[in-house]
Design a protein around this ligand. Sequence first.
Ligand code: SAM
Length: 233
Amino acid sequence: MNEQKLSKRLEKVAHFIKPQSRIADIGSDHAYLPCYAVLQGFASFAIAGEIADGPFHSAQDQVEKTGLLAQISVRKGDGLQVLERSDEIDTVVIAGMGGPLIASILENDEEKLAGVSRLILQPNIAANRIREWGVRHQFKIVAEEIVEEDRKIYEILVLERSHVPVNYSEDELFFGPFLLKEKNAAFRSKWQHEQDTWKKITENIEKQGKTSENELKLTELRAQIKRVEDVLK
Ligand code: SAM
């Protein structure tokens, strides 16, 4: 992978950026995504934000090596704190982290999203936490994609501001409204795998014997297994 050729996962993320956007890639690591986005014309300006020293320096090196110092600003800081109003960022990308961490990055500095119209988020786990954040903050889901790469399955969520309250069913929040409609092979494979894992955990807990804590966990697990069974029917 480099600034010309992204992983399948990051390439899908990049293709959700509208042409000539002003983007912030939070947790940019190697900064391949903003470099690619600028080189392909998806972004006219980008911020590569990083909290950790190593990735921050590797992003700086990458942007310099690619000759994009005029278009990409590499900044060290926590989440959205690296954004300034004068940057006029319209699109925020956060990829390759857990859903709860992505949701907390959005929650912690929500005021930084004032001028932002599009969020492109790729959680590695618990995408439902992002959908729930969206409902609370009047962001609706405008697209979703689920992709398999190197035997791993990734979800990509695209959110835009909504002027009316956003409502989803429990299943839509859990599985994703678009993904639930499509139920493609990657979706089926992901949820089959989750269901198998929960069944194994259930068996182990059952072997441990009855305690009130175990009963509570079993009730939750059985409900999740049933929910997936119903959806995969
Ligand atoms: N976005 C890249 C991708 O999808 O390939 C890199 C993902 S990497 C697994 C996660 C990166 O997010 C790490 O480099 C980490 O240092 C950075 N990170 C984690 N929490 C962060 C935060 N609160 N603010 C900025 N960067 C963060």
